[in-house]
Ligand binder design. Structure first.
Ligand code: ASC
Length: 155
């Protein structure tokens, strides 16, 4: 209980000074490498998710083992970007991230969490060969990508 109160005080103090408190720390604490780290994470998410979409659309033959690997990758990678957005000063620089991320931090966190849970669900069905479930889970995951980009990513 005491620990929780202390943590929320620390979080409040960080927010007041322009930093954002998250449970995990990015491997980088300087803005430039943190921006690069989250961009690379998103690139890998897009590459893996894009391959799943290609299989769904029949642009590529569905392969259960490959689909499983791609979906596992997306689910794991989905946990990486958030902590790098929390790096102080990473709102400025070579980034398409909108300032709204930091002014609506808890909503942004929720949207990142939505990607994490949708991709975890996708990973449960991607290798099953059940194409209906695959389609539903891909649509749900893609919706979380788009939902966040609409509010928080510049074109
Ligand atoms: C992708 C990709 C995105 C999302 C989005 C889903 O493959 O790179 O940003 O899917 O288009 O709506």
């Amino acid at each position: 209980m005491y620990k929780k109160t202390l943590l929320s005080c620390v979080a409040g103090a960080l927010l007041a000074t322009g930093g954002i408190a998250v449970a995990k720390e990015s491997p980088y604490s300087d803005p430039e490498p943190a921006i690069e780290y989250r961009q690379k994470s998103f690139s890998l998410i897009a590459a893996n998710f894009g391959d799943l979409v290609a299989m769904l659309k029949g642009k590529k033959e569905y392969d259960a083992a490959v689909a499983q690997r791609r979906a596992d990758a997306v689910a794991a990678l989905s946990h990486l970007p958030l902590e790098a957005f929390a790096v102080k000063g990473s709102n400025e620089g070579d980034t398409k991230a909108k300032p709204a991320i930091w002014s609506s931090w808890s909503d942004f966190e929720e949207k990142m969490a939505a990607l994490q849970s949708a991709s975890t669900e996708l990973a449960k069905v991607a290798g099953s060969g059940d194409m209906d479930a695959f389609k539903t889970a891909i649509a749900a995951t893609g919706k979380t990508c788009k939902g966040c980009h609409d509010d928080y990513k510049n074109k």
